[in-house]
Design a binder for this molecule. Structure first.
Ligand code: SAH
Length: 384
């Protein structure tokens, strides 16, 4: 598909895709320059690895539910810095089937007399729709975020939705009755199927629950993990530590090449998924701890534990001093840092390089075409 065939009607108002008006090649050049500016002081930045077909890649799709005066419902996104919802029926970076399902859900609402939730009045029922799809498996999870725990005619609703989309493999009701910008609430109820989807990544199968993190672009994630593993250059015996481990994807991918792997993650649901994932993939040399990565690192360092290699993959905010100070005590020979935010990466690399580490390699990978976001994997080694 040619770039000029792809014209997003929402590009001005949505604000999600800063680079969508540029050719993809130009986007990559822009990202290379931006990452270079931040990271070149640490060494050479390899050319960014782009995506072959940079459209419809997002396997996680979210819509805010809203409606018009005539009772027609639709989904959209919040306008920047506001709670006004801009209607979006079709997005060029989201999974197309997910967008279609979202339209079916809102289309069914009127006949079920289901009202969209109104944030100002606190009235109404359906707040958000979240859809996750397994890129390799084709499994689809629909999460209906509601303001109240009582789901009227839920069985009929599920039946009607599955009739139009028999490809849906699980449906979950999540209850969020708080005035919050968080999409998902604490309580949930499985309405159909297993309550999670599975996907295949780098030859392993992973289950993914509604609240667990999973990279949104599976195709590019395989390339990213491939690089991370190449940088790790494991020889089969190492003690590996996987921090901010999510559902265990990096640790499990590395486990075939390591002596043992220890993972830490603070999201309970993700840890539960990770334990199931290790079992499912018959990985025996891995353990998972549910804790704050910094706190846990401090404990490990105090106990005199050793690690040969640490993978760290923190959220956008980057890591923290607590984590990194303990990391310096643990003194692994190698650190593979995976970052979704070059600015916090720059900050953390500055700290690490002034505490005994040097940057060896840096590889940006385009996980988020059309947007300004960049993922980068960095290899650091300890000065000896
Ligand atoms: N490595 C995983 C997940 C990376 S996303 C993957 O590639 O899929 C970052 C993860 O860090 C999320 O799962 C998030 O829940 C977790 N996290 C965020 N802050 C944390 C903290 N302080 N301690 C431990 N885990 C944390």
């Amino acid at each position: 598909m040619k770039d000029h065939d792809m014209n997003c009607p929402y590009r001005k108002r949505c604000g999600g895709c800063d680079y969508i008006s540029m050719d993809y090649k130009e986007q990559l050049a822009h990202k290379q320059k931006a990452v270079g500016k931040l990271l070149q002081p640490f060494g050479k930045v390899e050319p960014i690895i782009g995506m072959e077909s940079p459209w419809y890649y997002r396997n996680k799709v979210h819509g805010v539910v809203t409606g018009d005066r005539h009772g027609n419902c639709f989904t959209g996104i919040y306008a920047e810095k506001s709670h006004r919802v801009i209607r979006v029926d079709r997005c060029l970076i989201e999974d197309q089937k997910a967008d279609e399902i979202m339209g079916t859900v809102t289309g069914l609402m009127k006949s079920f007399r289901m009202r969209p939730y109104n944030e100002d009045t606190g009235k109404g029922f359906l707040r958000h729709i979240l859809i996750r799809t397994g890129h390799e498996t084709g499994q689809i999870m629909v999460v209906l975020v509601t303001a109240s725990p009582v789901f009227p005619s839920k069985n009929n609703f599920v039946k009607a939705l599955r009739k139009v989309h028999p490809e849906i493999t699980t449906i979950v009701a999540n209850i969020n009755n708080r005035n919050t910008s968080m999409i998902l609430g604490d309580k949930q109820q499985v309405l159909y199927g297993k309550g999670y989807i599975e996907d295949q990544l780098c030859g392993k199968i992973y289950r993914i629950s509604p609240k667990s993190f999973y990279q949104v672009n599976a195709v590019q994630t395989e390339i990213l993990y491939g690089k991370a593993l190449e940088y790790a250059d494991l020889q089969g015996k190492e003690n590996v530590f996987d921090a901010y481990s999510g559902i265990g994807t990096i640790g499990i991918t590395a486990s075939d090449h390591a002596g043992q792997v220890l993972c830490v993650e603070n999201n309970r649901d993700a840890v539960r998924d990770a334990i199931a994932n290790a079992k499912r993939n018959k990985v025996k040399n891995i353990r998972f701890v549910c804790a704050d990565a910094g706190d846990f690192m401090v404990k490990m360092a105090a106990a005199g534990e050793k690690a040969d290699l640490v993978f760290m993959d923190p959220p956008r905010a980057g890591s923290d001093r607590k984590f990194m100070n303990a990391l310096f005590k643990l003194a692994p020979r190698k650190v593979v840092y995976i970052s979704c935010n070059p600015e916090t990466l720059q900050r953390d690399l500055r700290y690490m390089t002034s505490h005994g580490y040097k940057v060896k390699k840096m590889q940006p990978v385009d996980l988020f075409p059309m947007t300004r976001h960049v993922e980068t994997v960095v290899l650091l080694t300890r000065n000896t």
